[in-house]
Unconditional design. Structure first.
Length: 216
C-alpha cells in the first residue's frame, strides 16, 4: 500500500514506496549519482540531475537524502562496499591461503582504474577529495574513514610479512604503506589522463612491491 509522507518543511505530501523498498530506492538513487559522476563529473551531480537520471521526483531524492552532502557520502560508502567485494574476489583468486604480498598486490591493483567500475571509483573519490578541500560541508563528512581503514589493513599485512621473514624488518611498515597508497593514487590519475597505460602503471606498482617484498 502506498503511503504519503508529510514534508514538515514545505507542507507538501509525497508519495512513498513501501517500507521494504527503502533500501532499493536508496541504491537506485546512489547508482544514478555514479552514472552521472562517471560520465560528466561530480560537479554535474545535483538533486535535480540525480532525480532525472534515477527516474524519480526531486522530492523523493530529498526524502532519502536531505542534503547533497548526505547523498554523496552514501554513494561513496556504497561504492566502497562494491570495491571491497571486488577486492575479496581478487584476493580469493590468489588461492586458499593468500600471503600478505597477495593481499597488498590485490589492494594496489584494484585501486587502479582498469575497468568501468574502478574508473568511476577513482574519479569520484578524487573529485570528492578536491571539492572537500574548499567545501566545509563535504569536509565534515567521514570521507577519510575508508582510506584510513585501508591504510591500517596494508600496514598489518606488511608487518605480517616482516614477521614471516618476507620483508626486511628494518623497513617502517607504516611509511612504506603510505608511499604505496600515494603511488597507487597518483598512478591511477595518470592512467585516467592517458599519461601511461594500465600495464605501465601495474609495472611500476610491482617494481616497488618487489623492492620491499621480493619474490623468491
Amino acid at each position: 500500500m502506498v503511503r504519503a509522507y508529510h514534508q514538515k518543511a514545505k507542507g507538501d505530501r509525497v508519495e512513498m514506496p513501501k517500507l521494504a523498498d527503502h533500501d532499493a530506492r536508496r541504491a537506485q538513487i546512489a547508482d544514478a549519482v555514479l552514472r552521472i559522476a562517471g560520465s560528466t563529473g561530480l560537479h554535474s551531480v545535483t538533486m535535480r540531475s540525480v532525480a532525472a537520471e534515477a527516474g524519480v521526483s526531486v522530492r523523493l531524492v530529498q526524502y532519502y537524502f536531505e542534503t547533497k552532502e548526505q547523498l554523496l557520502q552514501f554513494t561513496l560508502t556504497r561504492l566502497a562496499q562494491h570495491m571491497a567485494e571486488r577486492l575479496r574476489v581478487r584476493v580469493a583468486a590468489a588461492g586458499e591461503a593468500p600471503t600478505p604480498r597477495d593481499v597488498v598486490n590485490a589492494v594496489l591493483t584494484e585501486a587502479l582504474p582498469t575497468d568501468a567500475e574502478s574508473r568511476t571509483f577513482h574519479l569520484l573519490y578524487t573529485a570528492y577529495a578536491v571539492l572537500a578541500v574548499t567545501d566545509a560541508k563535504l569536509a565534515a563528512q567521514p570521507f577519510v574513514d575508508a582510506p584510513n581503514a585501508m591504510e591500517d589493513l596494508l600496514v598489518a599485512q606488511l608487518r605480517a610479512a616482516q614477521q614471516a621473514g618476507d620483508m626486511t624488518a628494518q623497513l617502517d611498515a607504516r611509511v612504506e604503506t603510505v608511499g604505496l597508497l600515494a603511488m597507487s593514487a597518483g598512478l591511477g590519475t595518470s592512467v585516467l589522463l592517458g599519461q601511461r597505460t594500465k600495464r605501465d602503471a601495474l609495472a611500476v606498482l610491482h617494481y616497488h612491491l618487489n623492492r620491499i617484498m621480493p619474490t623468491s
